[in-house]
Ligand binder design. Structure first.
Ligand code: AMP
Length: 424
């Protein structure tokens, strides 16, 4: 059996792991930790929720602690993450795993939405690990306040997302400033050719790691595809929240406007909901996230980018209200539920217009999911067929009478409940 002690991790790290309550390493941790400890470059395909962050943070912390302390500390590790939320979360993982280290390890988030001056001041005092988003990193490189000449490890986290964000510019600016002799670790939910091409010049004899050998998608996540008219999606969502007793659900939509609208309508219907998107300032985003984590919100409606990096331990469900654009977005989204061994459900709504696109996502993800329709929310017009998949299970769940009774009861509960007063 795999255990953390068998991975040759230092005692202080084993203690931090125990503090966090991790019993045994996840598959990506078992694969990646020894390779990274051995100093090799890595291109790893690991989804969000697989425990990938600790998979690189643990061996990196071990490396930092092995060297002599220097004052002020030079930047030895640079981790790039596509969004502020993810960068903050990754910095949090570094901090919690470094808590028992024999000496203090300085970790700094270099992210947008926060004053540059504070980050520059912290850098001047000495920092071991920088976790940065590409935009702010470029900004600070432009101001010549980042000395990366003694950097030892470069990590690209959620690298497939970095690609979409003009990341190659950041990389071009970065490469001349960092030592050629370094360890480079690329972590990504998928390893598309464009990413492999971009990474090839920065990796040295990389070891490729894949843990995604389960063709049915991430373990512990039940994936459901429900056919429903676009106009009926909100009512179906409300129905599912109540009928399935979801305590905390993350609902994905395509645009900021759709996010605000849907959250407002849900609140009107008596469900505690808020909207999270890139149009909100950093403080509002942090507040909404904190309320969602504290259980004060039952539904968080979000766009893909805003939701990146959200780590909520007990997510009952993820809903694709609007379809994700790409198969990797689909995996990222559904990876938000069923994290690290917990079970969760990922529900995708499709209609006549979006069915073909979802078939493409299934094909690329090597999955084929049965279609369902729920009584009272049936798709109008002709039934959809997946290319080979089974015909939809029409009304497999409830009789029409049950459904009507339930809807009536639901209306009563909604009327009895005073509507939430806060805005998202
Ligand atoms: P990540 O894939 O890095 O986003 O991690 C997903 C979640 O799994 C986070 O909430 C981690 O705290 C948790 N996690 C990471 N490693 C383990 C482990 N070995 N056992 C249990 N949970 C873990």
């Amino acid at each position: 059996m795999n255990t953390f002690p068998s991975l040759d991790l230092a005692d202080h790290l084993l203690q931090s792991i125990r503090d966090l309550g991790f019993d045994s390493p996840t598959p990506i941790q078992t694969l990646a930790i020894p390779v990274i400890l051995a100093g090799q470059d890595v291109a790893a395909e690991a989804q969000t929720g697989s425990g990938k962050t600790a998979a690189f943070v643990l061996p990196i912390l071990q490396r930092i602690c092995a060297g002599p302390p220097m004052d002020p500390a030079p930047i030895r590790v640079l981790t790039l993450a596509p969004t502020r939320e993810l960068a903050l979360q990754v910095a949090g993982v570094y901090r919690s795993l470094a808590r028992r280290a024999p000496r203090s390890i300085k970790i700094l988030g270099v992210i947008g939405g926060e004053p540059t001056e504070q980050q520059i001041a912290a850098l001047a005092k000495g920092v071991d690990v920088v976790v940065a988003t590409p935009g702010r990193l470029l900004d600070l490189i432009g101001q010549s306040v980042l000395d990366l000449s003694r950097m030892e490890v470069l990590v690209l986290d959620e690298a497939d997302k970095l690609l979409d964000l003009g990341f190659s510019d950041a990389l071009a600016a970065l490469l001349p400033l960092i030592p050629a002799r370094r360890q480079t670790l690329v972590f990504s939910a998928t390893l598309p050719q464009a990413l492999l091409d971009l990474s090839a010049p920065i990796l040295r004899d990389p070891v490729t790691l894949r843990v995604d050998d389960a063709p049915v998608g991430p373990v512990g996540i039940q994936q459901r595809v429900i056919e429903v008219d676009a106009d009926s999606r909100r009512m179906l969502l409300q129905h599912l929240v109540e009928a399935e007793s979801w305590q905390r659900a993350l609902v994905f939509v395509a645009t900021q406007r759709a996010s605000d609208l849907l959250a407002a309508k849900l609140r009107k219907a008596g469900i505690w909901a808020a909207s999270l998107h890139g149009g909100l300032d950093q403080e509002d985003r942090a507040t909404v996230l904190a309320r969602f984590k504290n259980g004060k919100l039952r539904i968080l409606v979000a766009t893909d980018l805003a939701a990146r990096g959200i780590d909520v331990p007990k997510l009952s469900a993820v809903v694709n209200f609007d379809l994700p654009r790409s198969p990797s977005d689909y995996l990222h989204r559904i990876g938000r539920t069923g994290r690290a061994g917990a079970t969760g459900v990922a529900v995708t709504f499709i209609d006549h217009k979006s069915a073909a696109h979802f078939r493409v996502i299934e094909k690329h993800s090597q999955i084929q999911l049965p279609r369902e329709q729920l009584l009272g929310f049936e798709l109008s017009g002709e039934a959809l067929r997946s290319s080979k998949g089974p015909a939809p299970k029409k009304g497999a769940r409830k009789s029409k009478k049950d459904k009507l009774r339930e809807l009536a009861a639901q209306d009563e509960t909604m009327a009895a409940r005073s509507p939430p007063t806060e805005a998202g």
